[in-house]
Design a protein around this ligand. Structure first.
Ligand SMILES: [Fe+2]
Length: 140
């Protein structure tokens, strides 16, 4: 997604969240250690669908347009919302099962996902959506 978009602020947001995602993986490994389980790689059908949707958005929009940037933000936010729902549930379960340290790790990741979602909204509202709307006018 980072390579597909034009707006520098948006590219930066994707890059910094990619860095955070590496931390999320490390935290998940720590969580598995805390609960005494081995992490196993498992394909997530929902995430694969969201990724496919993002790819098709890139295919269907023109490079260098704000229309593409706006649409990619929406696709990225769908991913973030899916992650927020998942981490939100995991925090609850960890607390319920008495794994306070695991809950704290998961909560940290949950907070970062929420922050990313918010920052994407700000970028869309301040920099991109209006310009994308202007592009629509040009086409008419
Ligand atoms: Fe995320």
């Amino acid at each position: 997604m980072q390579k597909a978009v034009t707006t520098p602020k948006l590219q930066d947001a994707f890059e910094s969240h990619l860095g955070q995602t590496m931390d999320h993986v490390t935290r998940l490994e720590q969580v598995f250690e805390i609960i005494g389980e081995k992490p196993l790689a498992k394909k997530c059908e929902a995430m694969e669908g969201l990724t496919k949707e993002a790819d098709s958005i890139v295919d269907e929009t023109e490079e260098g347009t704000m229309t593409r940037d706006a649409a990619v933000i929406m696709a990225a936010q769908k991913v973030e919302h899916y992650e927020i729902a998942t981490y939100g549930g995991l925090v609850q379960y960890a607390e319920l099962l008495g794994y306070d340290d695991a809950a704290e790790l998961l909560q940290t990741t949950l907070n970062e996902e929420k922050e990313t979602d918010k920052s994407l909204t700000v970028i869309a509202e301040n920099d991109i959506n209006w310009q994308a709307e202007q592009e629509t006018d040009e086409d008419e």
